[in-house]
Design a binder for this molecule. Structure first.
Ligand code: PLP
Length: 454
């Protein structure tokens, strides 16, 4: 039995390594044929008979691997997608074997300890206040939810309302202020928290997507101001140094969505972009983007630990506090995987130097791509201040055709967006795996495709 088990697991590791080796010699997008083959292979009802483990693994590799997107490789520039650092993939595999329920110290002392350290180091890397409490969640969406749940608790507690006990019906109203370019996930979270997708004050943005500080309305009563560190298209940062003091003077809570942008702080060349954000009250960021850990992983930090604890704490007769930090009291999730180990491994194997190098390299690669595109007469629509490039290839129609042709050609992958009412292509350089050779190859491919589209 254990021999079969070991053979199976070694086979999985071998296949994983072979997959990673194959990424350089395949199209970045999955081919339509590969997707169709998997779809037909998965047809049919729940089978009566078991498939042997070895055969299931073979099936997954044969039909699944070709239908994946090669986002673990160096030429994927879609969304904001980091490849998993090899060290974090290794820790992730070992943690899979551990199969810990990481909700608290009692259920997994190992993960509780790794997680506590990971949060402490991440807080340092991001330049956030020492005393702030942290939570490891599934991504920036849930990190936004975590920060905003703490915000909702505090601004209502300040006017004598206990939101966790009494709910939102009949509660004093909260003014929620967001930028016109706030990320879609923040809007979704406002809906989940009962604050409303549209029941917000939206502050106009400038040509880079930054909130216009002078357009911030006067704030009275319970209020939450949501800032952004790193616009998902342009990479631009809201003027925190200007807005945070004014929001605080009015008694508002300031939350920061810094899914990837907050990591600029880890690189001295780009850290000044984060000026003023550490003065906020809560912060959401991703670990699976620029920290390059496996999916899914995000971090929330909250200056007011009591507000976070009250928003998230759980009570149950069989869930006694361990006396140590129990993640279950700081996160929306209860049972959860060992995300803290991946985060610890990334930070430990990069160190401050490696993290600075990763962030700096990706930013310089983005600038290099932007220069190459501009030199070829292609329109770069944003100031390339970080790792994001927004590109137009002419009319909306032509831009969409070029994006589709780039994806189909398969040398690299870039997605589309709407930027200031124009169709545009996004390039997001966010992976440790991206080399200068990848950048040269991708630039050449984009220029070639652009030249071939009418
Ligand atoms: C990616 C992103 C999010 C959502 O993050 P998930 O990890 O997908 O939950 C939120 N805000 C910004 C600015 C982002 O770039």
């Amino acid at each position: 039995m254990s021999n079969d088990r070991n053979t199976l697991l070694m086979d999985a590791a071998t296949r994983g390594v072979r997959y990673l080796d194959s990424l350089d010699n395949r199209t970045v997008a999955a081919s339509p044929e590969a997707i169709e083959r998997l779809r037909s292979a998965l047809a049919g009802n729940f089978p009566e008979k078991a498939m042997p483990d070895r055969e299931a693994l073979e099936f997954i590799d044969a039909f699944g691997s070709p239908a994946t997107v090669a986002s673990a490789g160096g030429r994927y520039f879609g969304f904001v997608t980091g490849g998993a650092l090899p060290a974090t993939l290794s820790s992730n595999w070992l943690a899979g074997a551990w199969d810990q329920n990481s909700f608290g110290f009692t259920s997994s002392p190992a993960i509780a300890l790794f997680e506590e350290t990971a949060l402490r180091w991440a807080r340092e890397a991001l330049g956030l206040p020492d005393s702030s409490a942290g939570a490891i969640v599934t991504g920036a969406t849930m990190a936004n939810l975590t920060g905003l749940a703490a915000a909702r608790h505090r601004v209502l507690a300040n006017v004598g309302w206990d939101i966790e006990c009494d709910g939102l019906f009949g509660a004093p109203e909260i003014t929620v202020i967001i930028g016109a370019q706030a990320h879609a996930s923040l809007i979704k979270v406002l809906a989940l928290l009962g604050l409303g997708r549209e029941r917000v004050v939206s502050v106009p943005a400038d040509d880079q997507g930054r909130m216009l500080a002078e357009a911030l309305p006067a704030i009275t009563g319970p209020a939450i101001v949501c800032l952004q560190a790193g616009n998902v298209n342009s990479g631009a940062f809201d003027p925190a140094h200007n807005i945070v003091p004014r929001a605080h003077d009015a008694g508002a809570w300031v939350h920061v969505d810094g899914a990837f942008g907050l990591w600029a702080h880890a690189c001295p060349d780009y850290a000044q972009l984060c000026n003023g954000f550490a003065d906020a009250d809560s912060w959401a960021t991703d670990a699976h983007k620029w920290l390059n850990v496996p999916y899914d992983s995000g971090l929330a930090f909250v200056r007011d630990e009591d507000a976070l604890h009250r928003a998230m704490t759980i009570t149950g007769a069989y869930l006694q506090p361990s006396g140590f930090r129990d993640a279950i009291d700081f996160t929306p999730e209860s049972s959860r995987r060992a995300r803290g180990l991946d985060v610890w491994t990334a930070l430990r194997t990069l160190g401050r130097e490696g993290l600075a190098e990763l962030v700096g390299r990706n930013c310089r690669q983005a600038a290099f791509l932007a220069d190459g595109l501009r030199r070829a007469g292609i329109d770069v629509l944003n100031d390339v201040v970080l790792n994001q490039v927004v590109v137009s290839f002419g009319s909306d129609e032509r831009t969409r055709s070029v994006i589709a042709a780039i994806q189909e050609q398969g040398e690299c992958w870039c997605g589309g967006t709407i930027w200031r009412d124009r169709a545009a292509m996004r390039i997001s350089v966010s992976s440790w795996a991206t080399t200068q050779a990848d950048i040269d190859r991708s630039l050449a491919a984009i220029l070639e495709v652009n030249a071939s589209v009418r």
